[in-house]
Write a protein that binds this ligand. Structure first.
Ligand code: 8YV
Length: 312
């Protein structure tokens, strides 16, 4: 008898095929009646497969009495209640390492796109505006002062790339990090005041909620650029929108939002803002590797072996 698993968002076809071969896969994202599917599978489902931002809602976890593992196809654990999982004896796994490069690439891509007006230039050419008018000057990217919020794997990979652009690097974290690629600044407002570009690479969840608020945004100032490849929750989004609309912040490159897939309407018309649909890890190569980690985690779980990337 194949174990039964509940999938909460689509994965690559190759990964879904591997899961279908080993398990009975129930796809909640395709269910016309979500509550009816949960009720129907509750007695038999032993695993959830989900994304970092989607996580596992508390009511869903509570509704599955035989749940033994939540396998996250991502690195963020902020949308899973880890304390509750531990209390219920539910294992939680992620896919560390394999998406680091892509997310760091996206952070630099957004930085270049905002400073050099890449997305704006593309819209200008497509709109047929080039023959009629000049295009506003951008800002130089090479040599800028770059602040990193959260020097984990992704923060370090951002620093590594920024060095290629001869940027001056400083970072903040809970404490100084050994062999850091830049100067530690304990106070986030001070880091923002120094930074010309501030890149958010921290974890999400209650510990970082609203960390980038009015004080940080004002310290970054009308020439400053905020890049977020972490979680929308880390930024006070209404404050960010107000600062951008009022010109108190120079620009922003955002891959993540507070209420995805909804994006504040006020951002849509701002030329200095680049918006992405939470796609920093979304390359074929990386999603295949992430999915393979998920497949291996589930196989290890059902074989009673050590889990390769367990957080609980
Ligand atoms: C993915 C993420 O977009 O790693 C994470 O936590 O949010 C992203 O890499 C997501 O996990 C896939 O749904």
């Amino acid at each position: 008898m194949k174990p039964e698993i509940l999938m909460l968002e689509p994965m690559m076809a190759e990964i879904e095929a591997a899961l279908d071969a080993a398990y009975v896969v129930h796809r909640l994202h395709r269910a016309p009646d979500r509550a009816a599917m949960i009720a129907a599978v509750a007695p038999t489902v032993t695993a959830i497969v989900t994304g970092g931002a989607t996580g596992a809602p508390a009511d869903l976890v509570a509704a599955l009495p035989r749940l033994g593992i939540v396998a996250i196809n991502g690195v963020g654990t902020d949308a899973v209640d880890l304390v509750d999982a531990r209390a219920r004896g539910i294992r939680v796994t992620t896919t560390p390492g394999v998406l680091t490069d892509d997310v760091a690439d996206m952070a630099l891509g957004l930085t270049l796109s905002v400073l050099r007006r890449l997305a704006q230039g593309d819209r200008f050419v497509r709109a047929g505006s080039w023959p009629q008018s000049g295009f506003p000057l951008g800002r130089k990217a090479t040599g800028r002062r770059l602040g990193i919020v959260g020097l984990g794997r992704i923060g370090r990979a951002v620093a590594e790339r920024a060095r290629g652009f001869r940027m001056d690097i400083a970072y903040t974290d809970l404490a100084p990090v050994a062999e850091a690629p830049g100067r530690f600044v304990g106070d986030l407002v001070e880091l923002a005041r120094w930074s010309e570009v501030l890149v958010v690479c921290s974890t999400g969840g209650p510990g970082t909620r609203g960390l980038i608020g009015r004080a940080v945004i004002d310290a970054l100032g009308p020439e400053g650029v905020l890049i977020n490849v972490a979680r929308g929750s880390v930024v006070d989004e209404p404050e960010l929108v107000a600062a951008l609309v009022e010109g108190r912040l120079g620009g922003a490159g955002l891959d993540v939002f507070a209420d995805e897939p909804r994006v504040p309407a006020a951002l849509l018309d701002l030329p200095g803002v680049v918006l992405e649909p939470h796609q920093a890890s979304a390359t074929r190569e990386t999603r295949l590797e992430m999915g393979s980690v998920v497949v291996r985690s589930l196989a290890a779980f059902y074989a009673g072996e050590d889990l390769p990337a367990a957080v609980v």
